[in-house]
Design a protein around this ligand. Structure first.
Ligand code: NAD
Length: 429
């Protein structure tokens, strides 16, 4: 087995490359991140002490455009994980036909242990360290796990101080008041929802007869839960880092979301309450939630939650990956044997980067769109690319995941070819 997260991610690309006719040079390029930056961020704590955090920004590929990808604050962030996440961004932007390459960043920190002022100092300190490495036409960050629109606003503001001009297009996922886009906050969940609706249509599923479990109830998990609930899907379980709740007749999702928010205090940067804190709920563990007998399982928290250790116990018919990298390659094989359909992360959670792209376009043009326009454009693009992946999966008789990688490879391969390959330089193309 490949030793680190980046190598494991590349293994999937190599597998897909056997299915498509692309110049070997395209594949060769994708095996190496374009640029990697490691920084140390000294942060003054509220008690006067100094703490130094490690941060990373990786630009994986700029074949199709400037780097694009989120920033994560999490204790388990490390360079190999950030490289893998940047690589997935390259594939995701290619699948969605966006004029972007792939990038990602993160800081190894448990942000829930910091006060709001400490999070602000960390966010601004990180941007000061990477300001020369990013830019509106070079590399554009966005929110990811445990970073949110408030943090994006601080980062944009700090970047403006460093470069001495206002550049809202340097970062996406900002608050509306600071140049954010309508519809960005719920875009990742909404994109996944369009994928699931297309699949349900293809399979002739009735929402009210379709049960769903959601692992992770943050930005992505809550927004898809709300949309599926409105459509009549029966969401029987949701969970967060504090554990899960279950109701076989379906949870009242607006009530669960309101309950979680009500448990948070104004001074908290993060929601510190759990879905389990609510009254009159049946609680279940996160492990149990993953193996519930449901039609659709939606991992929407962290990577590597479906592994060879629990894949044989998964009873869902469909897995919609809102999280990045929730299923390991070993688990994928077992799921395929059990005929579980996996809608892969690089397609299912691409709604976020798509509306980030719309935000960037609005920032650059100064023309701001209505929420309706944003949602309509997102729906059109998601449905088109979902159909392209589904068609390729049927044609090549491969999984959705392999088909998604094949589609990305075709687009990346075409760009590499346009720059010239060995065949061209040898006069054979
Ligand atoms: P978030 O910080 O808003 O929410 C994360 C959720 O996961 C929280 O509810 C948290 O309690 C829960 N969680 C953390 N550890 C857990 C554990 N061990 N077990 C169960 N739940 C746990 O983050 P988010 O933005 O919703 O991102 C979630 C996933 O979606 C990540 O993998 C992220 O990379 C991916 N994603 C997010 C976006 C976006 O626009 N926000 C876009 C694409 C992909």
């Amino acid at each position: 087995m490949a030793s680190n997260a980046f190598e494991r991610a590349l293994a999937r690309l190599d597998q897909a490359a056997e299915q498509v006719d692309i110049p070997p040079e395209a594949l060769q390029r994708l095996h190496y991140p374009k640029a990697v930056l490691t920084v140390s961020i000294p942060v003054r704590r509220d008690d006067g002490s100094l703490e130094v955090f490690q941060g990373y920004r990786v630009q994986h590929s700029d074949l199709l455009g400037p780097g694009k990808g989120g920033l994560r604050f999490h204790p388990e962030v490390d360079l190999d994980e950030v490289k893998a996440l940047a690589f997935w961004m390259t594939c995701k932007c290619a699948i969605m036909d966006l004029p972007y390459g792939g990038a990602k960043g993160g800081v190894a920190v448990d942000p829930k242990q910091l006060s709001m002022l400490e999070v602000e100092r960390l966010s601004r300190g990180f941007i000061r360290q990477i300001a020369d490495f990013i830019g509106p036409e070079v590399d554009i960050p966005a929110p990811d796990v445990y970073t949110n629109e408030r943090i994006m606003g601080w980062m944009m503001d700090e970047y403006a101080s460093v470069v001495r001009r206002r550049s809202p297009d340097v970062i996406t996922g900002k608050p509306l008041a600071l140049g954010g886009s309508q519809g960005r906050a719920g875009a990742t969940g909404r994109g996944g929802y369009f994928c699931l609706r297309e699949l349900a249509r293809d399979r002739d599923w009735q929402p009210e007869k379709t049960t769903v479990a959601i692992h992770g109830f943050g930005n992505a998990g809550q927004s898809i839960a709300r949309l599926l609930h409105e459509d009549g899907f029966k969401i029987v379980a949701v969970s967060d880092s504090g554990g899960g709740i279950y109701n076989e007749n379906g949870l009242n999702i607006p009530q669960v979301i309101n309950g979680k928010r009500a448990g948070s205090k104004v001074e908290d940067v993060y929601c510190k309450s759990s879905v389990c804190d609510q009254d009159d709920v049946e609680t279940i563990s996160n492990d149990k939630l993953l193996t519930l007998d449901v039609d659709v399982l939606i991992p929407a928290a962290l990577d590597d939650v479906i592994t060879e250790n629990n894949a044989n116990d998964i009873r869902a018919r469909v897995i919609l990956e809102l999280a990045n990298g929730p299923t390991t390659m070993e688990a994928d094989k077992l799921l395929e044997e059990h005929e579980v359909t996996v809608i892969p992360d690089i397609l299912a959670n691409a709604g976020g980067v798509t509306v980030s792209y719309y935000e960037w376009v609005q920032n650059r043009s100064g023309d701001y769109w209505t929420e309706e326009k944003v949602d309509k454009r997102l729906e059109k693009r998601m449905r088109k690319q979902f159909a392209a992946v589904m068609e390729l999966a049927k044609d090549l008789k491969v999984s959705f995941r392999e088909a998604a990688y094949c589609l990305a490879l075709k687009r990346l391969g075409a760009a590499a070819e346009a720059l010239g390959t060995q065949a061209l330089f040898n006069g054979k193309a």
